[in-house]
Ligand binder design. Structure first.
Ligand code: PLP
Length: 288
């Protein structure tokens, strides 16, 4: 079945999709993106990702390429054309096409927008989650505005590559204070030695993860205690369990850090419970 991509007002075959070479996203990484998990054809955490998209664009003074309602229609059409049941939807908005110059062009060009869809087998992802994954740590070397979901991802790509080269699935950045900020494409969590769920607070230089926020909302259905407080790699090594969250990972147990096992070296009960709750809630969207 052919894949369809949305590019600046049209759906085109994925293989034929192209943007202008003077697009500022291509030239200067001048753009932002969002990713939605799709369950049964419905977008998980739809509103949270729209809100963050609007915020990222606002911080960079890029206009929304269309109204939120129109955007929802385009994403729905991308799901329909690709017959996407389970998978990921990717949306990218860049400042648009302009003669190359660092300063934002004035007048502003019309923002460019691309949407692609990718099928995912959530059951197969579940098998991986049941095994758990490893992470490595790496010095934080990103810019100071990681709250903006920009397409400038070179440090993240380098960190992910280092992780892959060491047989790990994710890299956790560690800042100058020796504290974990977040993963290269996920937020980082532990259940510490006292049994308290910990993750970095959003006043730090991290992305305000939409899955992170949803997971916090799910805690009301449990008796898990949360403290939004930074942790060190050593605290992670001595933790009862660890996991990462993100639209692609959902809630993914972490069983080793820098080669050392965490807890029992197997996925922990908190991560497993939260993953099950998250998926249950996302699937319930399809019945409501
Ligand atoms: N942190 C970073 C650096 C990310 O790239 C991502 C997702 O891509 C996340 C955290 C998790 O965010 P979300 O749960 O909104 O997908």
């Amino acid at each position: 079945m052919s894949r369809w991509a949305y590019v600046n007002g049209r759906f085109v075959r994925h293989g034929d999709a192209a943007v202008h070479i003077e697009d500022r996203g291509y030239q200067l990484a001048d753009g932002v993106y969002e990713v939605w998990a799709v369950f049964g054809g419905r977008l998980a955490d739809a509103e949270g990702h729209f809100e963050r998209l609007e915020r990222s664009l606002g911080e960079l003074k890029i206009a929304m390429p269309m109204s939120r309602r129109a955007l929802q229609l385009v994403l729905g059409e991308a799901v329909r054309r690709n017959r996407l049941k389970d998978g990921l939807l990717y949306l990218q908005v860049t400042r648009g096409v302009a003669r190359r110059d660092h300063a934002f062009p004035d007048p502003a060009p019309h923002p460019a927008m691309v949407v692609t869809a990718k099928p995912m087998d959530w059951a197969a992802a579940g098998v991986r989650a049941a095994r758990g994954v490893s992470v490595i740590t790496t010095p934080e070397n990103r810019w100071g505005r990681c709250d903006i979901k920009t397409i400038g991802l070179l440090p993240n790509a380098m960190a992910k590559t280092a992780a892959r080269d060491q047989g790990a699935a994710e890299a956790w950045f560690v800042d100058a204070d020796g504290l974990v900020t977040e993963g290269a494409s996920s937020n980082a969590w532990i259940v510490d030695a006292e049994g308290v769920l910990r993750t970095r607070d959003t006043s730090a230089n991290i992305l305000r993860g939409v899955t992170r926020k949803t997971v916090m909302g799910l805690l009301g259905e449990t008796n898990i205690r949360l403290d939004e407080r930074a942790f060190t790699p050593e605290e992670a090594r001595n933790a009862r369990e660890a996991f990462i969250t993100g639209a692609g990972a959902l809630i993914l147990p972490v069983v080793a850090i820098d080669g050392a096992p965490i807890g029992t070296g197997k996925p922990g009960p908190v991560a497993q419970r939260l993953r099950a709750l998250y998926i249950e809630n996302a699937q319930a969207l399809n019945i409501s």
